[in-house]
Design a protein around this ligand. Sequence first.
Ligand SMILES: *Cc1c(COP(=O)(O)O)cnc(C)c1O
Length: 353
Amino acid sequence: MEITITKRTQLKPKPDENNLVFGTEFTDHMFIMDYTEGKGWHDAKIVPYGPIELSPAAMVLHYAQEVFEGMKAYKTPEGDIQFFRPMENFARMNRSNARMCIPQIDEEFVFDALKQLVALDQDWVPHAPGTSLYIRPFVFATDPFIGVRTSLHYKFIIILSPVGAYYATGLQPARMHVEDIYSRTVVGGTGEAKCGGNYAGGLAAQEKAHDEGFEQILWLDGAERKYIEEVGTSNIFFKVDGKFITPELHGTILPGITRKSVIELLRSWGEEVIERRITIDEFVDMYHKGQIEEVFGTGTAAVVSPIGGLEYQGEDMSFNNGEIGEYTQKIYDTLFGMQTGTVEDDLGWIVKL
Ligand SMILES: *Cc1c(COP(=O)(O)O)cnc(C)c1O
């Protein structure tokens, strides 16, 4: 399929790289293609970034048949642009698509389209320390129909947003709170798909946590409210007695690419990483025995987010004196260094534009 390119005649002014606010600025262009049942994906094009036309009856607006991805492009000190394990994102998007009855995309074709888009908007990839270009591919149902069924038409779009250093003041450990009313998902639900509906369902818990003065939510499994699943919209890791534990994937946890990379990186350092179910009571018990050394979340936006404390059943716990742990910092420095080209990529994760 050919990609037609229509360039913006007047480019937008670039934002100040040192004051980027996450997700608020978008580049000059975007990629769009359409899907029609029986015809497949067609009309692939790069066009000026701007509003799209959609019927008020478009199925996505009513029944949330939608999937998205989150990935980044980085500028190296030499000025090269590079991606971190990009094909993992498109492979995951197809797994999410399968779960949401959305047609599969051609992963190689879509990555090629992304490269053309980033090349066209390359002056938008920031290079100030800690900055990157956030990439948001997404796909949604467009049939103008308010009955419930699988849509016959879709749009796939990629938009780009320059983003700042996630931590303006260094890695600040967050405090988390165990969510005991709401659930993110249950076995058989959509927890392992990266779909907008999971986020809409989590907002009430997020607001509640913020109202109660916590930055993060610790999600437990929806069935028994016992097993630790994720922290906010990140995967979670614990360093316990010199070993690393992360909840195993069994359908309710989003299979993070940062999670997978952290496991592989730690193992490449000779560290032991155990993927298994872990209950909140077991965790609290380990805490009382003084075994919890570090706690952190992982995700594309921040790479790692240190967790300094947890409030559970009236008890206030603190990890590593509320400070970022040694390994949390080392993982951040290594992964972000690889991504931005200041640390050698021994693991073959970087793909140049
Ligand atoms: C995207 C996401 C993650 C992190 O995935 P990465 O691929 O590491 O960015 C974790 N949990 C949820 C719920 C997510 O949506």
